[in-house]
Design a protein around this ligand. Structure first.
Ligand code: COA
Length: 163
C-alpha cells in the first residue's frame, strides 16, 4: 500500500465508497443525502489542508482516503484535525491504521501541537479503538450526541492527542 496526495482524477474512485459510508449514516455527522458537489468540496482539500489516498501497490485501486486540516482558526490554529474513509471492500487490512499514522506524521511535520477529532460516534468501536491505539484519548462524550439509524441516540466523543 502507498499513500499519496489525492488528485482530481481520484475523486471518481473515492466518491462511491464515501457516499456509501455517508448514506449509511452510522459514523459521520454529514447529511446522509449529501450531494456530489458538496461531498467533493468537503473532502477534496487544498493547501494548507491536504487530502490523500491509500492505493494498492500497483497504484491502480484506491483503498481509502483521509483529509487533514486545521481544526480551528486564529489562536487555536495549532490544533489539527483529520477524517478517514476506508472502502468497506478493503476494510480490516490495515488501511485505516496506515492513514492514521500518516496524518499524525503530517501534523507533526506541519508544526501542529495536537490533533483533535470532533465527533467520533461512540458505537463506532473499531474507529474508537484504532484512535486510542494511536494515542488519542476520549476527552469527553456528548451524551446522546448522535442519532444512529438503528441504535438510537448514542454518545459522541471528542478525541485528542498531543503531538
Ligand atoms: C474506521 C476505519 C477508518 C478503520 O479502517 P480499517 O482499514 O478498516 O482499519 P484497520 O484495518 O487499519 O484496522 C484498525 C483496527 O480495527 C480493528 N478491526 C479491523 N477489522 C475489524 C473488524 N472486522 N471488526 C472489528 N475490528 C476490526 C483491529 O483491531 C485493527 O487494529 P489492529 O491494527 O491492531 O489489528 C474504517 O472502518 C472506516 O472508514 N469506517 C467508516 C468511516 C469511519 O468510521 N471513519 C472514522 C470516523 S471517526
Amino acid at each position: 500500500m502507498q499513500i499519496r496526495e489525492a488528485t482530481d482524477a481520484d475523486w471518481a474512485s473515492i466518491r462511491p465508497f464515501l457516499q456509501e459510508i455517508v448514506a449509511a449514516g452510522e459514523t459521520y455527522t454529514y447529511p446522509r443525502d449529501l450531494d456530489e458537489p458538496t461531498a467533493r468540496a468537503m473532502w477534496m482539500l487544498s493547501a494548507p489542508s491536504r487530502t490523500v489516498v491509500a492505493v494498492d501497490d500497483d497504484g491502480a485501486t484506491v483503498l481509502g482516503t483521509a483529509k487533514m486540516n486545521p481544526n480551528h482558526m486564529g489562536g487555536a490554529s495549532h490544533i489539527a484535525s483529520a477524517s478517514f474513509m476506508v472502502d468497506p471492500a478493503h476494510a480490516g487490512k490495515g488501511v485505516g491504521r496506515a492513514l492514521g499514522e500518516y496524518v499524525l506524521d503530517w501534523a507533526r511535520a506541519e508544526g501542529y501541537r495536537a490533533m483533535q477529532f470532533n465527533a467520533v460516534v461512540e458505537s463506532n468501536v473499531r474507529a474508537v479503538a484504532l484512535w486510542q491505539s494511536l494515542g488519542f484519548e476520549i476527552m469527553t462524550t456528548l451524551p446522546e450526541g448522535f442519532l444512529h439509524p438503528t441504535l438510537g441516540y448514542v454518545g459522541l466523543h471528542i478525541m485528542w492527542r498531543k503531538l
